[in-house]
Design a protein around this ligand. Structure first.
Ligand SMILES: Nc1ncnc2c1ncn2[C@@H]1O[C@H](COP(=O)(O)OP(=O)(O)OP(=O)(O)O)[C@@H](O)[C@H]1O
Ligand SMILES: Cc1ncsc1CCO
Length: 287
């Protein structure tokens, strides 16, 4: 990608961030208790307003007033399975965009079957997972255990010919933008694929960063009038760059968590422009 293209994309990412701060979208998240607090805080830091309502008898009413719905399968319970399904149906009915974060579907048949049940109801705007989770949904072999991606599932020049066609098919089948996280994040929308190299290994030293990115992705989706893929890319880039800045300004996981949130809260266009590391595997759509 040329410098000029990267500059344009960085400017667009900054504009989306400003629009979120102006519009203060209501972001409805139904997520796991491990990441719920940090997910609410990242939405706030980005300029949105989180609501983490999950009672089955209130989620439909609440999602109707929200600008986006984020569903996360982590630490699943009967109650959340019931409320997520109701909220998802109501969001689809009311054209509220949705993010489905496939946490742990590679380690739990319950979650995998539930994710497929949701996908039979309708298409989420964004399907998100780490490399092992997305491989599982695509029917490929996986090495992930627990909620972590397996080292052998990591995206590489060697396995891209196996992975990309399967992920393009998923994106087309569900008409969803795919966000696949890892050392390098992939954003796939139809036949387009962007590879984002921003981020820092420190993001893996605190729990729930993937879940936080799902909530951030939802927040950016509320400004996706031009392109859903662009909004997802913006969220992933902001997350990665704030992770890099956080790592440079901390001395371990405790101070990293604080420095990361501070960096995200105050991220400037110049920083995005200087740090953005993006490759494209296909035609770009940032004209
Ligand atoms: N080694 C790394 N280098 C750079 N960025 C990373 C690295 N590991 C994770 N990230 C970033 O951290 C964020 C979370 O991605 P990750 O793949 O770890 O999610 P996850 O497995 O769902 O996490 P969790 O289970 O903790 O919620 C993404 O923005 C990703 O780019
Ligand atoms: C640790 C953990 N267990 C279920 S969800 C979660 C947060 C990271 O995915």
């Amino acid at each position: 990608m040329t410098k000029e293209m990267l500059r344009k994309i960085a400017a667009k990412i900054a504009v989306l961030g400003e629009q979120i701060r102006q519009h203060r979208p209501l972001v409805h998240c139904i997520t796991n208790p491990i990441a719920i607090h940090d997910s609410a805080n990242i939405v706030l830091a980005a300029g949105g307003r989180p609501i983490m309502a999950e009672h089955p008898q209130e989620v439909e009413e609440i999602v109707r007033t929200a600008q986006v719905l984020v569903l996360n399968l982590g630490n699943i319970t009967d109650v959340r399975m019931s409320s997520m399904k109701k909220a998802f149906q109501e969001a689809l009915k009311n054209r509220v965009p949705t993010v489905l974060d496939l946490v742990g579907i590679q380690c739990s048949s319950l979650r995998l079957h539930y994710a497929k049940e949701l996908l039979e109801i309708g298409s989420p705007t964004v399907l998100k997972g780490n490399m092992s989770e997305m491989r599982k949904l695509a029917g490929l072999s996986t090495y992930g255990t627990g909620v972590d991606a397996g080292e052998k599932d990591r995206f590489s020049e060697e396995n891209e010919k196996e992975i990309l066609p399967a992920f393009y098919r998923l994106s087309e089948e569900y008409r969803s933008v795919l966000l696949v996280t890892g050392q390098e994040d992939l954003i796939i929308e139809g036949p387009h694929c962007y590879c984002l190299a921003n981020g820092d290994a420190m993001l893996g030293t605190i729990t729930g960063t993937g879940c936080m990115l799902g909530a951030l992705c939802g927040t950016y989706l509320t400004e996706a009038a031009e392109s859903r893929g662009q909004a997802v890319l913006a969220a992933a880039a902001v997350m990665g760059i704030a992770g890099e800045l956080g790592a440079e300004n901390s001395r371990g996981p405790g101070s990293f968590q604080i420095a990361f949130l501070d960096a995200l809260y105050d991220l400037q266009e110049e920083e995005i422009r200087n740090r953005l590391r993006l490759r494209e595997k296909s035609k770009q759509n940032f004209e």
